[in-house]
Design a protein around this ligand. Structure first.
Ligand SMILES: [Fe+2]
Length: 354
């Protein structure tokens, strides 16, 4: 934070508050070149937000119409799902995309045909194909052209990611989890995951976009199916100055990642997505493939850059060994930040389900 403190043109009071906020944000993170780099980026974002949206940093009043949590702990993620949850049903188009992906004889035309059944999805795919995420020289104006240019894997992944986001609806009444923040976090994690996977030289990086979109589905399900429990977790994390993960482990004995893994597995999504969600807070438990590790790092970066859920004021732990295993440097990361931020905002504008 030394470089930050040397900045002289800032409002000193806001600067002090931002430095304090960022120190607390990273209080569970080890000191490393990468973390120092990330702190500087976080400071820029926090300072700007403190100027433009100071209310963001005020504690939210406790919603009066949410009942106190009963204290009845579910034994496991499966037990929680059985007793509490009505899962969002999967849209038909998603089932058909999954079928096309799983069938080794499927062609690009088969995929385009399925996508064409859903005009809203087609519109999103075309806008994404023409966005900053890809730099095609010509305008992409039909689904078949989009599939041809993007390739089968990238196009199906984009479609899955797009439809996945539509599963996370805004609920009626008071929200503990602010769903707009959730959407942006999901997109940010997907975009960053895909970019760092590319930098790390991993093959087939398109799967990371969907993995990022879906990684916190367990968190959405906890907060939307049991608002009393959601509020209890939120307040516990704030009271203890811990991450939401810590609050979940203390209160439930399992975390939203484990729950998300069970949901994604029950939906018959590819195994890589199950693992990425299930182990994104414990990537050392799933080292065989890079998926959980990439999502772990992307999740941390996205929250550090301000694409967080607003549930806790601490980022939690970044597994340094996992991060280092991808051979990324702080410089590589800093270079990609402005482009990544632009992509996230553009994709959010295209996919915003509101
Ligand atoms: Fe998470």
């Amino acid at each position: 934070m030394q470089e930050v403190e040397q900045t002289t043109t800032l409002n000193p009071q806001i600067k002090d508050a931002a430095i304090k906020y960022v120190r607390n944000l990273f209080s569970q993170a080890d000191d490393s070149e990468f973390i120092r780099m990330l702190k500087k980026e976080a400071f820029k974002n926090v300072y700007k937000k403190m100027v433009v949206e100071p209310d963001e940093f005020m504690a939210r009043p406790r919603p009066a119409d949410i009942e106190p949590w009963s204290g009845a702990k579910p034994d496991s993620p499966q037990d929680f799902l059985k007793s509490k949850v009505v899962l969002p049903s999967l849209p038909q188009v998603l089932l058909e995309i999954q079928k096309v992906i799983k069938d080794p004889d499927s062609s690009a035309d088969d995929l385009a045909e399925v996508l064409n059944k859903d005009p809203k999805l087609v519109a999103s795919i075309l806008r994404l194909a023409n966005s900053a995420m890809y730099s095609f020289r010509t305008e992409v104006d039909t689904t078949s052209r989009a599939v041809a240019l993007l390739g089968f894997k990238q196009a199906s992944s984009l479609a899955l990611g797009t439809v996945s986001l539509s599963l996370f609806k805004r609920s009626e009444g008071v929200q503990v989890l602010q769903v707009e923040k959730f959407w942006k976090h999901a997109i940010a994690c997907g975009v960053i995951a895909q970019e760092i996977a590319k930098l790390a030289g991993i093959q087939d990086t398109e799967r990371f976009f969907v993995a990022g979109m879906l990684h916190d589905i367990g968190l959405y399900v906890i907060f939307e199916s049991d608002k009393s429990l959601g509020l209890e977790l939120y307040e516990l994390a704030r009271k203890n100055g811990n991450s939401l993960y810590d609050a979940e482990m203390e209160l439930l004995g399992f975390d939203h990642a484990a729950l998300g893994g069970v949901i994604i597995r029950d939906w018959n999504f590819p195994k890589s997505l199950v693992v990425a969600a299930a182990a994104h807070h414990n990537p050392n438990k799933a080292k065989k493939d890079p998926d959980a590790g990439i999502i772990h790092v992307a999740d941390f970066i996205s929250r550090a850059l301000g694409y967080h859920l607003g549930l806790s004021t601490v980022l939690g732990v970044l597994d340094q060994e996992i991060y280092e295993s991808f051979g990324l440097s702080g410089d590589m990361f800093v270079d990609m930040v402005p482009e990544v931020q632009k992509m996230i905002e553009e994709i959010f504008e295209i996919l915003n389900p509101a």
